[in-house]
Design a protein around this ligand. Sequence first.
Ligand SMILES: [Zn+2]
Length: 111
Amino acid sequence: MQILCHCTDCQTVSGSAFYTAYIVPLESVTLTKGAPGGFSVKSDKGRDNRRRFCKDCGTRLWAELEMGFASVNGMALDDRSHFNPTHNHRLETAPGWCALNALLETLPITP
Ligand SMILES: [Zn+2]
C-alpha cells in the first residue's frame, strides 16, 4: 500500500504536511548494503515505533511499526517513479491549508 500520512509524527519527521510511505510487512524490508541507524519514539497515538535512518545523511529510511509493518520512505528510494499513493492516512491532523487529492481514499485502519 502507498499512502500519504498526515499524522503529527510524520509531519515532524518529514518537515512537511505529510509523509510519503510504502506500508509493507516488516520482514520484507532488506538492505543491499550498509546498516541503518535507529531510535525509538512514541507515536502521537502512543504506539512504540522505531525509526531507521541513514547514518551518512540522516534521511529517514523507514519506521518499524508496532503492528509488524514498516513505513518505508517513498521519496528515499533511487527510483521514485514507482510511488503512486492510493490512500490518505490520519486526515484529522492534516493542516487546513494542505491541498488534498480528492481521488485518494482515506485509509480506514490506524497503522
Ligand atoms: Zn504517520
